[in-house]
Design a protein around this ligand. Structure first.
Ligand code: SAH
Ligand code: SF4
Length: 432
């Protein structure tokens, strides 16, 4: 979602006469779009600001001004504290106010004092943004933001605010605009994307399944994905769509966080381990091809060896095609950070290493299971080697292909020749 937001900010500044550059020494304005989900991500901002300061000083020596903005969830969570720790920052803008970046920039230019905007304004952020532009044949579209679930470890409800769904009309307009620019695959984004309940074209609330189904009718959209889903919001219509709509890809990111019922309860996840297992069974019944991915936290306060073993067992029971796993990171203001029984760093480290080894083995196994099979790949970008293009399989695997005729944006039928734990190598079928 931060990648998506950064692109929208770049488009917005484009309307103000700015252009994107890859070279910071060229930039009249630097915007750091930041993440607050774990401490490591948040701390990166300050080390990055050190680099930005050096660049600003160098440019200043050449008689050039540099405006520095911090956007995103660190901006939201820390507000003025950012200016205190890094006085070179001119603008602090939260994730629900970046549509006002040009206005805030003008305020700064007039007042010459730091401007901080961390309100959750009662306005349609998306309605105030310029038309979306595509940067690849695969594009993101945010359909839902924020969260009302308040898992005890998580900052999202505080930094992104309450749950909000965009209206279907706006989303369909974005999709049509993207298709005109050559986009063939859409990934719908939301912190809890399957809690989507935006206003439909008929004035009634639509579910995510209904929205996906409508988007699949757009000529030119070949593939649909969505992320991130919460187990509690995995409704029947969405499960059935995986069975009935071939444009909905056989891939699902479904975080479970912990395999222990006690920890799940303390996390306020509002589902049990059995609920998750039965849910996955139902989804796999509907779409046996489905590749599953997940998020897991180790070392949540109070996690015993037995709780961790429950997590390992659940990983074994389900079998994942890919997964993201993290050490628990106490976040200021969240209830879990107040729990006394925090887990020692070395214990977390050890558990994470054991877990990641197993997950990487499962990913390798899943990738290897595709060797010899045929599938369609949407070519997305240029690879490192001469003549190499990289695309995605229906299961979101990265597929490397050497070709002298196919181009980015093509959908090619391939045969998988070999696999590693992170990617597949394939050749294009001769009829493709
Ligand atoms: N809404 C999604 C997750 C969004 S946050 C869900 O409920 O599943 C993305 C991931 O970051 C989470 O799934 C979780 O695994 C991880 N995460 C969030 N807060 C964390 C924390 N305090 N420490 C470690 N990992 C965290
Ligand atoms: Fe955070 Fe997801 Fe829980 Fe919401 S449901 S509080 S985004 S982990």
């Amino acid at each position: 979602m931060n990648v998506y937001d950064s692109e929208r900010m770049a488009e917005l500044m484009d309307t103000e006469g700015y252009e994107q550059t890859d070279d910071m020494s060229d930039a009249d304005m630097v915007v750091l779009n930041t993440c607050h989900i774990r401490e490591k991500a948040a701390e990166k901002v300050y080390s990055e600001l050190g680099r930005v300061r050096k660049n600003k000083e160098k440019r200043s020596g050449q008689g050039k001004d540099t405006i520095i903005a911090v956007a995103g969830c660190v901006a939201q969570a820390e507000g003025e504290e950012i200016i205190r720790r890094a006085p070179i920052v001119d603008l602090v803008v939260g994730p629900q106010s970046y549509q006002n970046l040009p206005k805030l920039l003008n305020e700064f230019k007039t007042s010459k004092k730091p401007v901080i905007e961390t309100e959750f304004p009662e306005e349609d952020k998306f309605g105030k943004l310029p038309g979306i532009t595509a940067s690849s044949p695969c594009s993101f579209v945010t359909v839902q933001e924020g969260c009302d679930k308040f898992c005890t470890f998580c900052v999202v409800p505080y930094t992104r605010g309450g749950e909000f769904s965009r209206g279907a009309k706006q989303i369909i307009d974005d999709a049509n605009r993207l298709v005109e620019q050559g986009v063939r695959e859409l990934t719908l984004l939301g912190q809890n994307v399957n809690a989507y309940h935006g206003e439909g074209l008929n004035g009634k609330d639509w579910s995510l399944a209904r929205l996906l189904d409508e988007l699949s009718k757009i000529d030119g959209i070949e593939r649909l994905r969505y992320t991130t889903s919460h187990p509690r919001d995995m409704e029947d219509d969405l499960i059935e769509l995986h069975r009935d709509n071939p444009k909905v890809m056989p891939y699902l990111h479904l975080p479970f966080q912990s395999g222990s019922d006690k920890i799940l309860k303390d996390m306020n996840r509002r589902h049990t381990r059995d609920f998750y297992i039965e849910l996955v069974d139902r989804i796999r019944d509907a779409q046996p091809e489905l590749a599953l991915s997940t998020d897991i936290i180790v070392g949540f306060p109070g996690e015993t060896d037995k709780d961790f073993q429950d997590t390992m067992d659940l990983v074994e029971t389900i079998g994942y095609a890919s997964a993201y796993s993290f050490k628990y990171s106490p976040r200021p203001g969240t209830p879990a950070a107040e729990i006394e029984e925090q887990i020692a760093e070395d214990v977390m480290k050890e558990r994470l290493a054991i877990l990641q080894k197993r997950l990487s083995g499962q990913q390798k196994f899943f990738n290897e299971s595709k060797v010899g099979s045929q599938m369609t790949v949407l070519l997305e970008k240029i690879g490192k080697k001469e003549g190499q293009l990289i695309g995605r399989s229906p299961y979101l695997q990265s597929v490397h292909i050497e070709t002298d005729h196919a181009k980015i944006g093509d959908m090619v039928d391939v045969t998988i020749k070999s696999a590693t734990s992170t990617s597949l190598q394939a050749v294009i079928n001769s009829s493709s």
